[in-house]
Design a protein around this ligand. Structure first.
Ligand code: ME8
Length: 508
């Protein structure tokens, strides 16, 4: 079996309620996963939940339940969200699962045995919120730590440290020599800039007396594993580290993450893997942040966009479309309700919805609902056909470069060209003249073929709508495959259409 295309999202903190930012990352990963499936590849798409650490322990205490009970109560908020967003993940890892704990302990033991871990007495500033020791690097010019670290206290502890600093030069060279490793380019420059300063060794333990909710160190039961060390390992534990399956799946092709956790993924993680003798993932891709009407989303401000509310009001496809069309992967975006509605009404309902609806309705009206037989094409048909093929041909390269919003722009250029073609060819006028029957058949066939091509190209982005188009064309029995978008003439003439219905009801 060939190696599957392996893509991951971050594992989200189980104690949060999912909002549009989490939905965004998982939807982008889903579009990439579906695009690779459409290209005929086997895909392993992983998401998951980060369940250890102080925040969970504290939240559970406040609720009077055990941390495990707390996680089990919170996990369904996440597990139930993904199907609503049409997420096609193959696995969902929870860091409290035995399969994960075992692998974390195996890797820790391996590093310990290899002399990559040592103990040291450490005194420093500690942020409970960030669950990390802070140094002067994090301190602001006013001598205070930024508010995002919450309460910072002085701690003196014996802890275990991972010898990260000795790999710093290796990492810098690796990132320089592998320009595609960190995406986009400006994030690669950011991490290289960051690596100008010494990384230091990583404190990978927390005394169990202070924090019990974590994976015990295999070589010292008095300590649990630092939550980030635990969390990053999910990418290999879910892939079945230690089994034959792992050799098949690993390395991951893309770790998709938000820009704020770049250092963990492009700094700590490659070093952990290198030290453990595990190959590196091929790419760390960092996306940007969504704000709402220019403001950072936060529960206290009350401006959080709830993905479930959007799905209930507009449908999952509309949400997926907006998030992907609005910005390139990497850029920040601003959620503006008016903008969402404008794209829904203008691009989904008008451009796409009308094209499919009027094309197929005309086949109903003028051809008794049967796909017409095309006759000799004229230059307008040739042009439409060439644009369809060119759009489909560009698809793999766009996906490989994560140019998903540019890919949607390409598809919409084609959709708009099709609408223009309708106006130029005016089938309603041709229908009035019996001598133009052959031309009418050709025009309507070209339109039905265009709808077929569009349904394939849109499958990763708006899978429900793509399927609806295919049902209306009566071709939903066969799965969409990209190669068929490059071929013109796949629709069999003289076959009846399915039931034709509007794709996107207009909303005011
Ligand atoms: O960091 N805009 O989990 P997390 C866009 N458990 N994306 C956003 C966003 C926003 N406003 N807010 C969150 C953690 N995200 C760790 C990860 S991985 C080994 C451990 C997305 O629940 C974005 O992808 O805080 C970000 O990286 C992720 O949610 C963080 O989720």
């Amino acid at each position: 079996m060939p190696k599957p295309f392996y893509i991951t999202t971050p594992i989200y903190y189980v104690n949060d309620r999912p909002h549009i930012g989490h939905a965004y990352c998982t939807i982008v990963a889903d579009v990439i996963a579906r695009a690779h499936r459409l290209m005929g590849e086997e895909v392993f798409f992983l998401t998951g939940l980060d369940e250890h650490g102080q925040k969970v322990q504290q939240a559970a205490q406040a609720k009077g339940v055990t941390p495990q009970e707390f996680c089990d109560q919170m996990a369904p908020h996440w597990e139930q969200l993904w199907p609503k967003l049409l997420i096609s993940n193959n696995d969902l890892i929870r860091t409290t699962q035995p399969r994960h704990k075992q692998v974390v302990q195996t890797i820790l033991q391996k590093l310990y045995d290899a002399g990559e871990i040592y103990t040291s007495e450490y005194e420093g500033w500690y942020s409970t919120r960030a669950e990390q020791f802070l140094t002067e690097k994090e301190m602001g010019p006013d001598g205070k730590f930024p508010a995002e670290y919450g309460e910072v206290t002085r701690l003196k502890e014996k802890n275990y440290f991972f010898k990260m600093s000795k790999y710093q030069d290796w990492l810098i060279n690796y990132i320089r020599d592998n320009p595609g490793f960190v995406y986009p380019d400006y994030r690669r420059n950011e991490i290289l800039g960051f690596l100008q300063k010494p990384l230091g060794d990583l404190c990978i333990s927390r005394p169990a007396s202070r924090l019990a909710w974590g994976i015990p160190l295999p070589f010292d039961a008095g300590y649990v594993t630092y939550v980030w060390f635990d969390a990053l390992v999910n990418y290999v534990s879910a892939a079945g580290y230690g089994s034959a399956e792992f050799e098949q799946r690993w390395p991951a092709d893309i770790h998709l993450i938000g820009k704020e956790i770049l250092l963990f993924h492009a700094g700590y993680w490659p070093i952990m893997l290198k030290a453990a003798g595990i190959p590196l993932p091929k790419q760390i891709a960092a996306h940007g942040w969504w704000t709402r009407n220019g403001q950072k989303m936060s529960k206290s401000v009350g401006n959080v966009v709830d993905p479930v509310a959007i799905v209930e009001a507009w449908g999952a496809d509309a949400l997926r479309y907006y998030l992907l069309r609005e910005l390139p992967v990497g850029s920040d975006g601003d959620w503006a309700d008016t903008n969402f509605e404008r794209r829904y009404n203008g691009e989904l309902a008008n451009d796409l919805g009308n094209l499919v609806n009027r094309s197929l309705s005309m086949i109903n009206r003028y051809c008794k609902g049967v796909v017409p037989q095309p006759a000799v094409p004229d230059p307008l048909d040739d042009e439409l056909r060439a644009l369809a093929a060119a759009t489909a041909k560009r698809f793999p390269e766009r996906v490989a470069k994560l140019e998903l919003n540019a890919l949607l722009n390409d598809i919409w250029d084609f959709i708009r060209r099709c609408n223009q073609y309708v106006d130029q060819c005016a089938p309603w006028a041709l229908a009035k003249d019996p001598s133009k029957a052959a031309r009418l058949g050709t025009v309507l066939y070209s339109l039905a073929e265009s709808c077929r091509v569009i349904s394939i190209l849109l499958t990763p982005f708006i899978p429900v709508t793509a399927e609806k188009i295919r049902r209306q064309l009566a071709i939903a029995d066969a799965p969409a495959v990209l190669i068929e978008a490059e071929l013109w003439g796949m629709l069999v003439p003289n076959r009846p259409l399915g039931e034709v219905a509007p794709l996107f009801p207009k909303k005011q």
